[in-house]
Design a protein around this ligand. Sequence first.
Ligand code: G3P
Ligand code: CA
Length: 277
Amino acid sequence: MNGDPTPDPGPDESAGVRRRGGPGVVAHRGASAALPEHTLAAYELAIEQGADGLECDVRLTKDQQLVCVHDRTIDRTSTGTGVVSEMTLAQLREFDFGSWHSAEVSAPVLTLAELLTLTLDQKRRPIRLFIETKHPVRQGGLVEQLLLAELHRFGVAQPPSADHSRAVVISFSTSGVWRIRRNAPMLPTVLLGDTARLFGGSAATAVGATGIGPSIATLREHPDLVDRAAAAGRETYCWTVDEADDVSLCTELGVGWIATNHPDRVYALLNPPAIGA
Ligand code: G3P
Ligand code: CA
C-alpha cells in the first residue's frame, strides 16, 4: 500500500455502486467499535464484514497533506498531542494512532491517498468512500480544493453518474458542499445536519447537495425527512446507526445509506440467514 493511484479498473461497475436492497452499510471511521477509528485495519475489517461504504473525516496537515483524523487535535486518538493543521505529515507519523483503543493495535496516521487506494483496490465489489470535510478550519476552502485534486489524481472526480461514483463528499458546511458541487458537478454530495436547516430542504437545494445527512436522533424526530428528500430527488444518509430498532426504522423509511460503528452487526440485521438455511 503506497498511496499511489492504481491503474487497475477494479470490479465491474457497469451497474453502478449498487446496494443489495435496503440501506447500504457505511462503516463510520471504519469498523470503529472493534478497532481504532481511521486506521487501515479498521477499514479492512469493515470490508470483510460486508460494508458497502466507508466513512472518513479529512483534515489538512501543515504541509497540506490530507489525513484521516476526526478531531482538530491528535490528543484523543494518538500517543502525541497537538493540532493537525500545525503539524507536518512526517511529524504525525512519529505517533501511534492505534494504541489508545482497547484493541491495543499499533497503527500510523492514515492518509486519504492510502484509504482511496484500499477503496479502489477492492476486487469483489465496488466500495464507496464517504469523505467528510471538517469546518471551520484555518485553511478554509483549500481542503475541498486539495480533496478534489486528489480525487482527480485517483480518477474518481468525474463519475459518469452519481450512482456510479466511488466517492461522495459530505460536510456540515454549506460552503464546503457548494465548493465541491461547483467544481465537480458529477460528484455526489451530502449536506450533513441535525438542525432545522435540513427540514425545508432549502439549504440542500441552495448548495446543490445530492443527499441529506441527518443524525439518527433527527430522523427519529422527523421521519418525513426521507420522503421529502426523495421528492426533491435526494438520497438520505443517516448517522450513526448502531441499534437494531434504528436499523429497522431506516429500512422502513427508505434511507439510502446508514453509517455505523458496527458494520458487522448492521450487515447481519439487514441480511438475516434464509429460513431453513
Ligand atoms: O457521517 C457523519 C458523521 O460522521 C458526522 O459526525 O462527528 O462523527 O464526524 P462526526
Ligand atoms: Ca465524520
